[in-house]
Design a protein around this ligand. Structure first.
Ligand code: NAG
Ligand code: NAG
Ligand code: NAG
Ligand code: NAG
Ligand code: NAG
Length: 216
């Protein structure tokens, strides 16, 4: 009898390992979760993203065509609850960086360039699901990002993220392909040609994003 119980427990254990990221209800998946600053620090790979701007339907598909890979390094700044972010993106075989400051206010991450972002629930143990829903100038901008400590996540974890985009009425996500390789941190690889976008004013108050995206 004891033997049987052991086997049963072992099998159940295996089964639960195979289902580490259960796809749960929308109600649960769009729940903001508490942000602990120290859990943000370090290197994150961008796994997938869905963007939405009304009137610009193919934005996520466009991102998928041009952005190859991206990662970020988050470090704690001197002041409490503030962080420096280095975002490194590989696009059409070129390297771009964007530096930003972020402050935690009211369980939301506030960037110096962009819009407040919250973390949503996720079944993935080493992932962040970042959601921002904001109005910049005259444009409503929604974005859902899946970041992980790993360069690749499981099919079940991606499926859960896709479900989250559906729950929020966003386009199906662009999945970035880690096989395409990453641009390095320019501070650690000074020989690499990198364009720093930090000084360009990418999010002015009166921005009409659809105008900007079509004209550039
Ligand atoms: C981040 O904040 C520091 C101190 O406030 C400032 O010196 C630095 O220029 C900021 N960086 C960016 C990218 O805005
Ligand atoms: C934080 O949230 C509280 C309650 O929702 C609100 O009263 C306060 O204005 C918020 N503070 C900031 C800085 O947004
Ligand atoms: C996004 O923001 C708009 C306007 O602030 C609000 O009406 C809408 O409910 C928000 N959507 C979500 C999914 O939070
Ligand atoms: C992240 O930033 C910290 C502090 O600047 C640096 O020590 C570390 O090497 C960086 N990590 C990567 C992967 O670039
Ligand atoms: C943004 O620009 C586009 C293209 O010029 C225009 O059709 C649209 O009406 C503008 N949207 C707003 C909210 O001003």
């Amino acid at each position: 009898m004891m033997e049987f119980v052991h086997v049963a427990v072992a099998v159940l254990g295996l089964l639960s390992l195979g289902h580490s990221a259960p796809v749960t209800s929308c109600e649960n998946l769009i729940q903001p979760r508490e942000i602990h600053g120290n859990q943000l620090v370090g290197k994150w790979t961008q796994i997938a993203v869905s963007l939405a701007i009304p009137g610009f339907n193919m934005l996520t598909k466009t991102v998928e065509k041009v952005v190859e890979t991206a990662w970020m390094n988050i470090t704690a700044a001197n002041e409490a609850n503030t962080f420096d972010i280095l975002y490194v993106q590989k696009t059409r075989d070129m390297c771009f960086t964007l530096k930003a400051n972020m402050t935690l206010v009211n369980n939301s991450m506030v960037h110096n360039y962009q819009y407040p972002t919250v973390l949503l629930n996720t079944g993935c143990p080493d992932c962040l699901v970042m959601y921002s829903n904001n109005t910049i100038g005259r444009t409503t901008f929604k974005a859902l990002h899946l970041l992980s400590r790993r360069v690749k996540v499981s099919a079940a974890e991606l499926e859960e993220f896709t479900k989250q985009t559906e729950c929020l009425n966003l386009e199906s996500p662009a999945i970035l392909d880690s096989e395409k390789g990453f641009c390095p941190d320019p501070a650690l690889a000074p020989g690499t040609k990198t364009t720093d976008l930090s000084l360009s004013n990418i999010m002015p108050d009166d921005l009409n994003l659809s105008e900007k995206l079509f004209t550039e």
